[in-house]
Design a binder for this molecule. Structure first.
Ligand code: SAH
Length: 380
């Protein structure tokens, strides 16, 4: 069970952030991380070159080595001078993730366990769909949001990932797909962590993977999911991107949402829905509501009616997620006929709804199940 004090401290952080007070971070000696070359947007790389007495056009050449040829060492960047390659190697890391394990599921899903420079490990999942290959990326080591049904949050937040560590997850998966001549076509930011709690790194990640000289993955093929950090939703709306936006809603009222997701104590449902409306109006895009069905908690027809009222008039889509079993959590699955009854109620009320297909459940790769398990402790 979660340590009650730690849990309350985490919630306090969120409440303080909501009130614009500085956030307290874990006071712990942290090893120095070398910046990843993949963290840099093209314009940032140009600036760095200029500051280091080099021609800015080299940035495009470096990007080609990184994202088109996908080299594994600076040495291989053969059209750059030796002094420049040395300077790059002295300032940046090209490889910050090493693959500890890649495990393939019966349905073709591959779960990767990567070790970071400081010994922590993270997970990334490749999912095979009929429309393409989608990578589910992690944005933090652990998570401090504390959702009661989720395995990601069990050990708290260890640290944010660098933008480059998020980009490199996709590069590594692409390198794996290179072996069979396939391409990563979609990205979902739904792995471990809360992307809006690591906002700047997430934004740089988006800019790099979306850039035509970067991984060139279309904005409409990328989805970001948040537990609902309200100020960041406004900020994200103002970016005016074509990225798909998902909100983990999970409950049709404040009381229940607060029980399932303590973050709702910091950001009330009413304020959250105002932010969502702002997003849809500002961007003209629809929002995707993720609604996990937790047996006996939020999955009755009455809940479906209440949900319909809550989101009525919002340009949206509802994604129903049957709960994935997490041994440390007590939630049980909603029976199939009840899932369909829930879906039917939403449909009757004119709401777009789908039931999420599961991927890689035989290898613990499904939503909310990722965790580096005992390996994380070994490598720390
Ligand atoms: N922090 C972000 C993204 C990561 S989680 C967010 O909260 O949206 C991706 C999705 O999986 C979220 O909707 C999350 O609520 C859901 N999830 C977590 N644990 C789950 C579980 N045990 N069963 C089903 N869905 C779960």
């Amino acid at each position: 069970m979660m340590d009650e004090n730690k849990f309350n401290e985490r919630i306090q952080d969120l409440v303080e952030e909501a009130e614009d007070k500085p956030v307290r971070h874990e006071k712990k000696e942290k090893p120095q991380l070398k910046e990843s070359i993949y963290s840099l947007r093209l314009d940032e790389l140009k600036d760095w070159l200029q500051e280091n007495g080099e021609k800015p056009f080299r940035a495009t050449q470096i990007y080609e080595w990184l994202y088109e040829k996908r080299v594994k060492t600076f040495e291989e960047m053969s059209n750059l001078s030796k002094p420049l390659r040395d300077k790059l190697a002295a300032s940046f890391a090209l490889t910050t993730l090493s693959t500890i394990i890649s495990q393939e599921s019966k349905d073709g899903t591959i779960k990767f366990l990567f070790q970071l420079q400081d010994g922590y490990s993270i997970e990334t999942v490749l999912m095979r769909h009929d429309y393409g290959n989608s990578v589910c990326v992690t944005t933090q080591v652990g998570c401090r949001i504390g959702c009661t049904f989720c395995a990601f949050t069990l050990g708290g937040l260890k640290r944010h990932l660098l933008a480059g560590e998020i980009v490199e997850q996709v590069v590594k998966v692409q390198q794996k797909l290179d072996e069979v001549g396939e391409r990563v076509s979609h990205i979902v930011i739904m792995g471990i962590g809360e992307p809006f709690d690591n906002y700047d790194a997430m934004m740089n990640f988006l800019k790099v993977v979306n850039h035509e000289k970067g991984l060139n993955i279309g904005a409409r093929h990328i989805t970001v999911s948040t537990s609902g950090i309200v100020p960041k939703i406004y900020q994200f709306a103002d970016e005016q991107l074509q990225i798909n936006f998902a909100l983990s809603l999970h409950a049709p009222n404040q009381e229940l949402r607060q029980k399932l997701m303590p973050i709702a104590r910091a950001y009330k449902l009413e304020k959250l829905m105002e932010a969502i409306k702002y997003y849809t109006e500002k961007t003209g895009r629809r929002v995707s509501f993720e609604y996990g069905l937790f047996g006996g908690e939020n999955d009755s027809v009455e809940h479906a009616e209440e949900l319909s009222k809550l989101i009525k008039g919002i340009k949206c889509h509802v994604n129903l997620i049957p709960v994935n079993y997490v041994p440390e959590r007590n939630y049980v699955r909603t029976p199939r006929n009840q899932i369909f009854a829930f879906e039917k109620t939403l449909k009757k009320n004119g709401i777009n709804v789908t039931i999420r297909r599961e991927h890689g459940s035989d290898i613990d790769a499904a939503c909310g199940q990722l965790r580096a398990k005992e390996r994380a402790q070994e490598t720390r």
